[in-house]
Design a protein around this ligand. Structure first.
Ligand SMILES: CC(C)=CCC/C(C)=C/CC/C(C)=C/CC/C(C)=C/[C@@H]1[C@@H](COP(=O)(O)OP(=O)(O)O)[C@]1(C)CC/C=C(\C)CC/C=C(\C)CCC=C(C)C
Ligand SMILES: [Mn+2]
Length: 407
């Protein structure tokens, strides 16, 4: 598919989107394979800490005043999402139904099915293993996850895709108003229509979606992170949000008696872990774009600076620094593990697979002797193949009655 055709998939520009819609209607997109344009897209590498180790709720700002930490800010979003889920549970119990019935406007069902099919195609193209995992889910859940995946991918492409240099804060504002419209039942295009349908059926709060757009805004104006608290907020925006969006769809197992909030915390932790791993894998690549997604204070403590990163030399100081960063990422994966088992049975396999595969990237960075400047850590096909049955076996473990960490 040409770059021009790709444009509509990711751009919030109305004219291009209308063009995109025409592509869809003519079926040009159908069967078309989205290509990587200007950006690495290996297969969506299948994707928490005891909180005390990684950050506190109240932090002192430079003037010595106490401020609310990023962790606390994010926790408020978790509570809001959990409240929405509980509210829907209560009304379902009252109405005694599984999901809201479809209110079908004549002639729209075919279009909606087609929209979901397109989401599935995009997902299969960008994230093959993950796509296969979604096939285990119920059709309703699978389609919903595809719709969320596509919205996230399109959002990410705005700042990371081929048209990234043309993206302005205004464009992100337009993307956000489209988001509000689709949550209010007024989708702009077919892919938005799929998500609009999804959010009308599942208790998904708009906040994590808005926060992901905020993450993209942050990417436009910020290329340094003073400390881990700042980096944590960025990781929440671009990846922790995905965890919060996904759990209402994947569902929590009926047998689970873990507090709902603890499962959302685990989902958040998996997003953070994935993003920290992504950052550690991409240090060299990001540096070539003038970006350093590493806590500046921790670099300084290790006797390192931006200059050392741009020099791209693996030194003992760098190895020492990296070991600490990897250790932190692993604590978030550990925290996430406790939550995966609480998910509904069909959702556990793709999440385990994603967790095991993404975590292995950290092992690969170690195996590369911490050279994440000029070598890209990746999980080889044979290792991926080994991880999948392990994930499957893990997914068979039912939720235990053990209590998870709440905040
Ligand atoms: C089963 C599963 C993995 C479900 C998530 C499906 C979904 C909606 C994914 C959307 C991902 C996406 C496109 C996010 C946009 C921002 C972004 C690109 C984030 C980075 C992903 C890795 O992508 P990649 O390796 O391709 O990196 P580049 O684009 O090349 O830089 C991220 C690192 C974040 C991904 C975050 C997650 C997948 C969150 C996972 C958490 C859950 C699914 C919750 C699980 C529940 C519990 C209880 C643990
Ligand atoms: Mn990346």
């Amino acid at each position: 598919m040409s770059a021009a055709a790709m444009t509509w998939v990711v751009s919030p520009n109305s004219e291009q989107l209308c063009n995109g819609l025409r592509f869809l209607e003519k079926g040009v997109f159908s069967g078309g394979r989205l290509k990587n344009v200007g950006r690495k897209h290996e297969c969506f590498s299948f994707f928490g800490s005891r909180k005390r180790d990684v950050g506190s709720r109240v932090v002192a700002n430079p003037s010595g005043n106490l401020a609310i930490s990023s962790e606390q800010l994010v926790y408020d979003v978790v509570l809001k999402q959990v409240a929405l889920v509980k509210e829907q549970q209560r009304s379902r119990e009252e109405e005694d139904m599984e999901v809201k019935p479809d209110i079908v406007v004549p002639g729209t069902l075919g279009v909606l099915n087609e929209a979901y099919d397109r989401c599935g195609e995009v997902c299969a193209e960008y994230a093959k293993t993950f796509y296969l995992g979604t096939l285990l889910m119920t059709p309703e859940r699978r389609k919903a996850i595809w719709a969320i995946y596509v919205w996230c991918r399109r959002t990410d492409e705005l700042v990371d895709g081929p048209n990234a240099s043309h993206i302005t804060p205004k464009a992100l504002d337009r993307w956000e108003s489209r988001l509000e419209d689709l949550f209010n039942g007024r989708p702009f295009d077919m892919l938005d229509a799929a998500l609009s349908d999804t959010v009308s059926k599942f208790p998904v709060d708009i906040q994590p979606f808005k926060d992901m757009i905020d993450g993209m805004r942050m990417d436009l104006k910020k290329s340094r992170y003073e400390n881990f608290d700042e980096l944590y907020l960025y990781c929440y925006y671009v990846a922790g949000t995905v965890g919060l969006m996904s759990v209402p769809i994947m569902g929590i197992a009926h047998e689970s008696n873990a507090p709902t909030e603890s499962v959302y915390n685990a989902a958040l932790a998996l997003g953070i872990a994935n993003q920290l791993t992504n950052i550690l894998r991409d240090v060299g690549e990001d540096a070539r774009r003038g970006r350093v997604y590493l806590p500046q204070d921790e670099l300084a403590q290790a006797g390192l600076s931006d200059e050392d990163i741009f020099a791209m030399k693996v030194t003992d100081k760098w190895r020492f620094f990296m070991k600490k960063q990897i250790k932190r990422a692993r604590t978030f994966f550990d925290q996430a593990e406790e939550g995966v088992t609480q998910l509904s049975s069909a959702s556990r396999w793709p999440v385990w697979a994603s967790l095991l595969l993404y975590r292995q990237i950290l092992d690969e960075i170690e195996a590369n002797d911490y050279n994440n400047f000029t070598r890209r850590a990746y999980v080889s096909k044979p290792k991926k193949i080994v991880a999948l049955p392990i994930a499957y076996v893990k997914s068979l473990v039912p939720p235990s009655s053990r209590k998870l960490v709440t905040n």
